[in-house]
Design a protein around this ligand. Structure first.
Ligand code: PLP
Length: 368
């Protein structure tokens, strides 16, 4: 029996009739770009994140970019983030004309190491953008304390953390703004591309609403030069349905993760994820670390268990960022992890029997 890394077909089959009906309503209403289905979802998603505003946009990269632009990040500025992330985090900084500045990650949580943050701040620093990687919220309190002492806003990259909690509060709701992606494979995924920014700041929300819609608050009256980052009506309608099931699906992921934790405990040469105190992890990715990762990935694939790597190359070593001149050895923890990370199949529809099979296969591969 082969096991997929992600099974969206089963995921969608369960609510197929609801989706068909909702998409039919969008077709009949003509509200395709922005419009009432997006507005409805924005209300629901803001309530879910326990914030005042959610602004629906085209994708998660737009969400990060708009949050930074609205905070005034521009040419000559620096934004501090981590090299262990999907490249979009850094692209958003670059597309503001600013420069990404990296701090290494904590070797246990794989998230921004707050102890390294202060040293990365310069007079040009304009914002700090930690990433809730894999669905685990970063330890925000020390980051907010340092940011506050320097008068800097924190933007949360919550693209992998829909519904996660840090000390009881939703990921994305704690900093000046939080950016979400609804890429189909994310814990809350659209039927295509979509994203959102959440914030409690009325002025920031107003700026982002204008920016995503060509700088207009009133049609054809453009107060600033904006861009087109609107969310599609179909995505809004689909996301409203999926949002209702998000908590129960995240809970299923947590149960599968607990099963992996238990079954993999004590297995030699393997590091399982560490859950930090005071957080509710939503396991967008269940990653382990193994030596000879590429060989393990291949052997798992040969045994028909699809695994992934998130991500094989840290951002500072990507060809796209070679002009930064940050060679190997610049961020040793992120570099070592990138060579060892292996993402095991993880989705709500994964059955306990399938988890057992993944574990048995991994055991065989590591010990065989
Ligand atoms: C998915 C993702 C993004 C980008 O989201 P898109 O919707 O694909 O543009 C940004 N940051 C992180 C950490 C992500 O995982």
């Amino acid at each position: 029996m082969s096991i997929q890394f992600l099974d969206l077909k089963t995921h969608h089959q369960a609510h197929r009739a609801e989706f068909d009906r909702a998409i039919g309503e969008v077709i009949d209403s003509g509200a395709f770009a922005g419009g009432r289905f997006v507005e409805q979802f924005e209300k629901e998603f803001a309530a879910y994140c326990e914030v005042k505003h959610a602004i629906g946009v085209g994708n998660g990269t737009d969400a990060l970019w708009m949050a930074l632009l609205a905070l005034g990040v521009g040419p000559g500025d620096e934004v501090i983030t981590v090299p262990a992330t999907f490249i979009a985090t850094c692209e958003a900084i670059t597309f503001c004309g600013a420069k990404p500045v990296f701090v290494d990650i904590d070797p246990d949580t794989y998230l921004m190491d707050p102890a390294l943050l202060e040293a990365a701040i310069t007079p040009r620093t304009k914002a700090i953008m930690p990433v809730h990687l894999f669905g685990q919220p970063v330890d925000l309190d020390p980051i907010l304390a340092i940011a506050g002492a320097h008068g800097l806003p924190v933007v949360e990259d919550a693209a992998q953390a829909h519904g996660a909690r840090y000390k009881g509060r939703r990921a994305g709701s704690i900093g000046a703004a939080g950016a979400f992606s609804f890429y189909p494979g994310k814990n809350l995924g659209a039927f295509g591309e979509a994203g959102a920014v959440v914030t409690n700041d009325d002025a920031l929300a107003a700026k982002m609403r204008m920016f995503r819609d060509h700088g207009q608050a009133k049609k054809y009256f453009h107060d600033v030069v904006g861009w087109n980052c609107r969310m599609d009506g179909i995505q809004g309608a689909v996301l409203s349905i999926k949002l209702r099931y998000l908590d129960e699906r995240n809970q299923l992921r947590r149960e599968r993760a607990a099963q992996y934790d238990e079954a993999l405990r004590g297995l030699e040469h393997l590091v399982t994820p560490v859950r930090s105190d005071n957080t509710e992890h939503i396991y967008h990715i269940y990653e382990v670390r193994v030596p000879n990762r590429d060989a393990v990935l291949e052997a798992m694939a040969a045994a028909e268990v699809s695994c992934g790597i998130h991500y094989p190359v840290p951002v500072h070593l990507q060809n796209a960022y070679q002009d930064m001149g940050l060679g190997r050895g610049s961020f040793p923890v992120a570099e070592r992890c990138a060579g060892e990370f292996l993402s095991l199949p993880m989705y709500p529809e994964l059955t306990p029997a399938q988890v057992d099979e993944v574990v048995a296969t991994l055991r065989q591969v590591l010990q065989g």
